[in-house]
Design a protein around this ligand. Structure first.
Ligand SMILES: Nc1ncnc2c1ncn2[C@@H]1O[C@H](COP(=O)(O)OP(=O)(O)OP(=O)(O)O)[C@@H](O)[C@H]1O
Ligand SMILES: [Mg+2]
Length: 498
């Protein structure tokens, strides 16, 4: 599923929705603006046409006075024909005049040119004596009287054509429609590209969330923009890291709890068993010693007696460590000077090492200060770890014990040996009680050490390379544990920090 496609149909995706909204907005805006523009232009053109028509009709009427008085039809015809369009005619008046005619005072036509349609019946007055008859068709008619000294001697009628204006309006509307289509496709392309750019981080986040859901704690998203998506991605990454930390913490605590529970059951069992065996074993030991002292011989030779006594001594040793393990008391922390404590432990371990021909070298720094801990339980833990190291080091070898103060005020102890190392299969069982590969070992040393360190709120870790050696690290925290129980911690009064 990792990096899989996002299962949202395209028509439900944000990209499509955003594009649809923006395209609709752009189309609506262009359409409304275009419509307003065309309507205003239409109204303006109508006004211009009407006033041009009136001007043409009144001009014709003035020029027709004389030819009417002299009944000069030829001059009248020339006059109206001069307003008719000819091929290549560019005059605005000529272009809009559909027809023109001049009538006498009784309304009888004297001359006419270009008339194709019957003039409309209803006319309204648009000035002194000037009428306009309009049906909204391609042509409307303007009529003006021919007046001499206040007396009407005839009438001029001019058909004004809207064809030119309408043609221009139509071609403008076509251009606007083209603009509309262009704007819509541009808006669609731009929004699809833009929204994809904005959605990409979202898709990455969905994939990241899926990976986390599948157990990929700590998954990070590579979105580094300086906007809200970048912020969201940074928050996501932070959340992912916190989840990972929380998961690891839960896992560690759970392991510790299981181990602690197991140890506690085993501990009481071991203590009970050891307690029951201790007295009979002491009786056997005393009897064997007594047998030797009274010179009881014949049934047991001294060598066999010595062998039995040795075995009894080993059993006693095992039982004593079982008892020690089973009766461990809880940690009681006190403020302790770390350097003198480690030096004292070092002296004891040095003596143990010397017996095996191994040097125990202590490397301490003077800044170790004071720490809240249980000296007995810490010594027990450290001694078990160092004893293991001495046991695997050949005579003439060295076991190095290093103590360092941590930045958080805690303490790190590292015990390094150049022994045979620990195989990976054995490493997972190291802290289990009774796990041992050593002849005569009880397998309790590291279990006791881990319990002691955990009771201080610390951790014990093992790094080992087969054939090269092992480093066991004990880390004690610098403060108190969150539960409020006393864990290891430096004394603020002396060290200046907690
Ligand atoms: N420094 C080390 N190098 C190699 N193996 C080690 C080291 N420390 C521990 N081990 C392995 O871990 C096992 C368990 O150690 P642990 O101290 O718990 O028990 P033990 O030493 O066998 O017995 P005891 O109870 O007497 O300590 C050992 O038997 C040994 O196999
Ligand atoms: Mg041991």
């Amino acid at each position: 599923m990792e990096g899989g496609a996002i299962a949202v149909p395209w028509y439900r995706g944000i990209s499509f929705k955003v594009s649809a909204v923006i395209v609709a907005l752009v189309v609506a805006t262009v359409a409304v603006v275009g419509w307003i523009f065309l309507t205003s232009l239409h109204r303006y053109t109508e006004g211009v046409l009407k006033s041009r028509g009136r001007y043409i009709a009144t001009t014709l009427a003035q020029q027709a006075v004389e030819p009417i008085l002299y009944e000069d039809r030829v001059a009248l015809l020339k006059l109206i024909e001069s307003f008719q369009p000819e091929a290549g005619e560019l005059s605005a008046e000529a272009a809009i005049v559909a027809y023109a005619e001049i009538r006498d005072r009784d309304g009888r036509p004297l001359v006419e040119a270009g008339r194709t349609a019957t003039p409309p019946a209803v006319a309204i007055s648009v000035g002194p004596g000037v009428m306009v008859a309009d049906h909204g068709g391609l042509v409307f008619e303007v009529a003006a009287p021919v007046v001499v000294k206040g007396v009407a001697i005839g009438q001029v009628r001019v058909g004004v054509s809207r064809a030119l204006a309408r043609g221009r309006l139509r071609s403008l509307a076509g251009q606007i429609a083209l603009l509309l289509a262009l704007a819509a496709s541009l808006a669609a392309t731009a929004t699809v590209l833009l929204s994809r750019r904005f959605i990409r981080p979202l898709v990455q986040m969905i994939r990241g969330a899926r990976r986390i859901g599948e157990g990929g704690w700590g998954t990070q998203i590579g979105v580094h923009t300086h906007d809200e998506t970048g912020e969201l991605a940074a928050t996501f990454n932070e959340m992912s890291v916190r989840l990972q930390q929380a998961f690891e913490e839960i896992h560690r605590t759970q392991t510790q709890l299981i181990q602690s529970e197991r140890l506690s059951i085993l501990g009481s069992f071991a203590a009970h068993l050891a307690h029951e065996l201790k007295n009979p074993l002491t009786s056997i030991k005393l009897s064997m010693q007594a047998m030797g002292e009274v010179g009881f011989d014949g049934c047991l030779d001294p060598e066999e007696r010595e062998l039995i006594l040795n075995d009894v001594a080993h059993m006693d040793e095992v039982i004593t460590s079982f008892l020690a393990y089973g009766r461990r008391r809880p940690v009681v922390s006190v403020a302790v000077e770390v350097v003198p404590l480690l030096e004292e432990i070092g002296r004891r371990l040095g003596a143990r090492g010397r017996q095996a021909g191994v040097a125990v070298e202590l490397d301490l720094t003077p800044d170790l200060g004071r720490l809240h801990l249980d000296p007995e339980r810490l010594s027990e833990a450290l001694e078990n770890v160092v004893t293991n190291a001495i046991q695997v080091t050949p005579p003439g070898g060295v076991v190095a014990v290093e103590a360092r103060r941590l930045e958080d005020g805690g303490l790190r102890l590292a015990v390094a040996d150049r022994g045979p190392g620990i195989a990976a299969e054995a490493r997972v069982h190291l802290f289990e009680p009774f796990f041992t590969t050593r002849h005569g070992g009880t397998g309790l040393g590291l279990a006791i050490a881990q319990q002691g360190v955990a009771d201080h709120g610390g951790q014990i870790e093992v790094e080992s390379v087969v054939g090269e050696g092992t480093v066991v690290t004990i880390t004690l925290p610098g403060g108190r544990t969150a539960s409020g129980s006393e864990a290891a911690g430096y004394d603020g009064a002396l060290s200046g920090q907690r």
